[in-house]
Design a protein around this ligand. Structure first.
Ligand SMILES: CC(C)(COP(=O)(O)OP(=O)(O)OC[C@H]1O[C@@H](n2cnc3c(N)ncnc32)[C@H](O)[C@@H]1OP(=O)(O)O)[C@@H](O)C(=O)NCCC(=O)NCCS
Length: 232
């Protein structure tokens, strides 16, 4: 029997260990365990983030879902509150692992630097800025899967669903997605979206739970994803 509750900071070692274990092919996992712990804590601290824990009967963490009820507010908060800390972990990772340094340099560094410059411009005193909409915040690592959503609709995102290998098949994944659906409906969202790599079997899992495939996309870092939607 699995129950779902909010993920709390003391879960971070276990939740990031699950992440490292079951999504080891992700760029985030290659950033190392320290980065991942900080990343999960940052997610829990976000006002518009969705961070859920599935726990089994003895209270052990069986699975984790990360998402956002308002992705723009969420990623802005991640960058403002935790950007420097996460960047520090990235630098430590890059300094100790040449393969990560090369990957950062060739696929992400320019984009991150442009984002930091945009944010620095946004921090200038108001009268020195031209009028118009606020600059977009830099995307934090992991936020580079442009989901192709319609700005007229209230759309939430599920970015990660991960269940401990020995708990897979226990209903944890279903319980996490059901809790995300309920949270999205409570927040008045029109739909939830997610993307998953085409070579994973998770697509069948999402379709089994009522999500509908809606095309494919390539992230700003060049990775391919299949997009799924769940109307609420
Ligand atoms: C995919 C994953 C989240 C599913 O979680 P889970 O706890 O094992 O799944 P559940 O036990 O809740 O399964 C719910 C239902 O989906 C079905 N299902 C589970 N995995 C499936 C799959 N890969 N394909 C098709 N159906 C699947 C189950 O049979 C079950 O059906 P039922 O309730 O009608 O009997 C989990 O296997 C996992 O963490 N995998 C590795 C990471 C991953 O792929 N994450 C998603 C991409 S980000």
């Amino acid at each position: 029997m699995v129950t779902v509750r909010a993920l709390v900071p003391s879960d971070a070692p276990a939740s990031s260990a699950i992440h490292l274990d079951v999504l080891d092919m992700e760029f985030l996992a290659r950033c190392g365990p320290g980065f991942l712990r900080a990343y999960h804590r940052a997610w829990m601290d976000s006002p518009a983030g969705l961070a859920l824990a599935a726990v089994d009967e003895d209270g052990t963490l069986a699975g984790v879902l990360l998402g956002a009820l308002d992705p723009a507010v969420h990623f802005k908060a991640m960058v403002r509150r935790h950007g420097p800390g996460l960047a520090g972990w990235l630098l430590i990772g890059a300094a100790t692992r040449p393969s990560l340094a090369w990957e950062l340099l060739t696929t992400r560094l320019l984009r991150y630097l442009r984002g930091v410059a945009r944010m620095a411009r946004g921090a200038l005193p108001r009268r020195r800025r031209p009028t118009g909409p606020s600059p977009a915040p830099p995307s934090p690592p992991g936020a580079d899967r442009a989901l192709g959503t319609d700005p007229a609709r209230a759309v939430g995102e599920v970015t990660h669903v991960m269940v401990r290998p020995d708990s897979q098949g226990s209903g944890a994944g279903r319980a996490l997605l059901e809790a995300a659906r309920e949270a999205g409906a409570r927040a008045g969202l029109d739909e939830l979206v997610l993307v998953t790599p085409p070579d994973m079997t998770a697509g069948d899992f999402y379709e089994h739970l009522g999500w509908r495939q809606d095309g494919s996309l390539t992230s700003r870092s060049g990775e391919s994803f299949v997009r799924y939607r769940l109307p609420l």
